[in-house]
Design a protein. Structure first.
Length: 313
């Protein structure tokens, strides 16, 4: 059930913004101690447009802690910025700032198939890094959404012939202080065990780990944890009448040999009563604190849900 929280009118960007409290947890679940996480806050973001850009299909999110700003990308190739504030383990502010189309240059647009933006992060210089799926690429972008330059991709990521499906490539991107830009395909590449996933550094390093047992489990987001290991968001969807499972997993890339050790931190399954949605994005907020965000698929019956949680030590 959704509880109305606030309505704000922003005349400068001409939208009505609706932000609701929500609760995806089943009855009787202890939010403060569910597996290895604590659920701190849960919100629905319902914006019509931001700067004339339709706010839907959010595929990833990143957070600038110094400026208290969320950057979000959508499947349609839009970049959104929102002012965000947290207090007493609650989200107390989510105000739209701007919306822009992601572009090759001031005068050149990406084609529709080229602008399938799926991942976003900030690097050590506070630059925006965005990854794209249908035509695999990762680039550095200015805060107005204009491309600065593209990275050279490893062979396994660059060539679509290595993919199990043409639209199952770079679903995620993150920045590691030691290994630089890292990314992962949604599904393992061809000629690799279907149950063994990989995380790739653009500097050539690769880490393998076992994916979740849920049918059609796929990587949708990555985030770097405080200890240098990787937080992985996995989604498993097989159809309307099949279980829908979202998994948060820690992959221990430090001192990893052939197959990295991993640990499930939380699993949210529709069969257990969780009102899960298409969670595709992760962002680190503070020490051990993160948000994950869902893609509403531009569907009236789905929502853009943001879950604020803490990983217990």
């Amino acid at each position: 059930m959704k509880y109305f929280l606030l309505i704000v009118f922003f005349s400068s960007i001409k939208i009505y913004a609706f932000i609701y409290d929500t609760d995806i947890t089943p009855w009787g679940v202890d939010k403060k101690s569910y597996m290895d996480i604590e659920i701190l806050d849960q919100k629905i973001l319902s914006f019509d447009t931001i700067d004339g850009k339709k706010f839907s299909e959010i595929s990833d999110i990143t957070y600038d802690k110094e400026k208290n700003i969320f950057y979000m990308v959508s499947d349609e190739g839009f970049l959104f910025t929102l002012k965000a504030k947290f207090k007493h383990s609650k989200i107390i502010l989510l105000n739209p700032i701007s919306g822009a189309m992601i572009k090759k240059s001031k005068t050149r647009n990406f084609t529709r198939i080229q602008r399938d933006s799926e991942g976003i992060t900030l690097d050590s210089k506070n630059r925006l890094i965005i990854s794209f799926e249908s035509r695999p690429k990762i680039g550095i972008f200015y805060k107005n959404g204009i491309l600065k330059r593209l990275y050279k991709l490893p062979y396994k990521l660059k060539h679509r012939k290595n993919l199990r499906h043409r639209n199952k490539s770079m679903e995620s991107v993150a920045y590691h202080p030691k290994y630089g830009v890292i990314s992962a395909n949604e599904y393992p590449i061809k000629k690799q065990d279907k149950k063994i996933q990989s995380i790739y550094s653009l500097r050539g390093k690769e880490w393998k780990f076992r994916m979740s047992n849920a049918k059609n489990s796929a990587i949708t987001a990555l985030e770097v944890m405080d200890d240098g290991n990787i937080l992985v968001l996995e989604r498993a969807y097989s159809g309307l009448f099949e279980p829908f499972v979202i998994t948060l997993k820690k992959v221990y890339i430090n001192r990893c040999k052939k197959i990295c050790k991993s640990r499930v931190l939380a699993e949210f399954s529709s069969t257990a009563g969780w009102r899960v949605d298409n969670f595709e994005g992760l962002a680190k907020i503070d020490k051990n604190k993160y948000v994950m965000i869902s893609d509403d698929n531009d569907n009236f019956y789905q929502d853009t849900i943001i879950i604020y949680f803490k990983i217990k030590q």
